[in-house]
Design a protein around this ligand. Structure first.
Ligand code: B4P
Length: 222
């Protein structure tokens, strides 16, 4: 199996859901730049440039690249020292970032250890999923509001209270899909396709089916 598994895909494609499952299954570290940014947001004191950068996230825009590198590279080095590998969740959203990560993997002698999994989903489906996404306040699980037509009232894993993420409000979701949806991702997927690192997974299937498809791909790669 490759040591570096990178998930790309439009917002709501299931990158977060699947990368957590895969990291837990194989004992890999899980780096979600979205989670790292939300964690940073909760810090009591922030540098001015960090506060400014986090404003972008609240508006549904990408944060500046330097902040992503600062957070993700440090976390990745820590995980690689301790465990078998790392799963990157939504950590690469433009070509400049993709190039910079390749430089970083080169410095770490990991260039031949990279696979990129695109979870593909039409933008129309993204909208519904994000507007109906809830997060458990207690354990951080990602929960769809409706399962088989029934509304979920508490976290099915720990019984915790569910909350709606600030950037999952309808008008912000529209903006995120416009700015981070399939049109925005196209150059990134082309970059990785040219390097023969890209594998595409159909994100329209059920969570369990998508997980199985991903497992089959990563187990087949040496
Ligand atoms: P993230 O936290 O990464 O969020 P996301 O892209 O919206 O969601 P994801 O695709 O992970 O969907 P999920 O599994 O939750 O990013 C948040 C923000 O951080 C960005 O908008 C940006 O501002 C900033 N940011 C992060 N990284 C950055 C970077 N590299 N550069 C610049 N800025 C960056 O799934 C969504 C819903 O669908 C859930 O309800 C889930 O249960 C459901 N679902 C999942 N799979 C399903 C399936 N197969 N079938 C049915 N439902 C499914």
């Amino acid at each position: 199996m490759k040591k570096v598994i990178i998930f790309i895909g439009p917002p709501g494609s299931g990158k977060g859901t699947q990368s957590k499952l895969i990291a837990a299954k194989f004992g890999y570290g899980h780096i979600s730049t979205g989670d790292l940014l939300r964690q940073l947001q909760r810090e009591p004191t922030l540098a001015d440039d960090e506060s400014e950068a986090l404003e972008n996230m609240k508006k549904g825009q990408l944060v500046p690249d330097w902040l992503i590198y600062r957070l993700a590279f440090r976390a990745s080095e820590d995980y690689l020292k301790k465990g078998p590998g790392v799963v990157f969740d939504g950590a690469i959203r433009n070509v400049a970032q993709a190039e910079k990560y390749q430089e970083f993997f080169n410095e770490q002698s990991l260039l031949d250890q990279v696979v990129v999994l695109e979870v593909a989903l039409p933008d129309e489906v993204s909208f519904k999923r994000l507007a109906w996404r809830r997060i458990c306040k207690q354990c951080g699980a990602i929960i769809p509001l409706y399962v088989d037509g029934a509304e979920q009232k508490v976290c099915p894993t720990c019984g915790g209270e569910m909350m709606i993420r600030h950037d999952d409000q309808e008008e912000i979701v529209h903006k995120r899909i416009k700015e981070q949806g399939n049109a925005a991702i196209k150059p990134v997927r082309e970059f990785y396709a040219q390097l023969h690192l890209l594998r595409t997974i159909d994100g329209l299937k059920t969570v369990q089916q998508v997980e199985k498809d991903i497992e089959n791909v990563i187990i087949s790669l040496t």
